[in-house]
Design a protein around this ligand. Sequence first.
Ligand code: SF4
Length: 396
Amino acid sequence: MEAILHHVEGVVEEFDQQIEGSQDVEERKNLRFKRKGPKQIRKQLREFVERKHKYDRAGVIFGDRNSYSKTDEAATFMRMKDDYMNNGQLKPGYNVQIATENQYTLAYDIYPNPTDTRTLLPFLETIESRYFDLPEYIVADAGYGSEQNYQEIIEQKQRTPLITYSTYRKEQTKKHQNNPYRADQWTYHQKEDCFICPNQQRVTFQYESKKKDRTGFQRTFRVYKCENCHLCPFRTECTTAKEGNHRRIYRNVKWESQKSKIQDWLSNEKTGHIYRKRKIEVEPVFGNLKANLRFTRFSVRGKAKVRNELGIALMAVNLRKFTAATTQLPLFTLKRSKMKEWDEQKNVHPTLFYDLRPVLSRPLSFSTAFLVQALFRVNRAFPFDSFPVPPPFSGE
Ligand code: SF4
């Protein structure tokens, strides 16, 4: 496009020179008329080239995302749980990942992609490189269960994934398990590599299909096709294939073996107990952060700054929990007057954090003023010398 533009610019320049060199009014008029077309094309081409550069730059910023915010290019538009305008509008944000133990955050990071599945492996890498060795069991919810994640954790990292997959709950129901039209309920003849369907038709192996997902991970499916679904009395319940077509089954052998391993681990008493702790392990941290500390939005822009701000917020949650857990003031021994004081102590932490929010995003001179104001408010609400001193850390 730039070469064409260069050529057209040369044509226009030639006309310019001819117009300048001519003394004849009529000839100049004719030349100006002829120059009109190339000039218009030059204008359009300049716009195209400019737009092309803009798109190239945007392409670099996009990376493998499908959107970015103009005010914070590292943030991606995502569907948020808090929908203040009730219109499902997407908002720029980061996908926060944390690793916890006993409700303390041990590791965290932020990611630009809204789906959790693709954040698990990079987060495990981050944990290994920046924080600590991976534990024996990797526990996460169904949003993280995928063939790639299971394969990487089991084969590469040599750990046990206690991670459900999206259809896990549905597969546990009686209705699903007793469904006669599920291929895994059918009789399988290994020698002929075929299933026998409820209508006693052979569902035979056709070919192997390979599919690549967005990350480049390849999944292999064995495709089976029923020999004759024509006039089958079970057709409406068994398949959605159009009239004249026969039912096809896509079997991912690896995924099925991974699923059965996961089912075994989750039904095992020890590992099942570990998995069930997930809900009371990681969710309270987000609950504390969002509901108690009222930390629902970042006040800074850019990945590095947002990561820092989140780190400070998670540190606050950890310290708050540690203080509450180790304090020497058991509630049942407090008198009524002391009870009120204790309530105030609990309220101090969100106040302190709320006041410090503007400080995090400003240079030091601004920060000092805010900090002084915040400390003044805190001290008024709860004098520093009356802070309960926690006992020394036992090391457990
Ligand atoms: S629709 Fe096809 S696969 Fe399903 S039961 Fe009937 S014959 Fe068998």
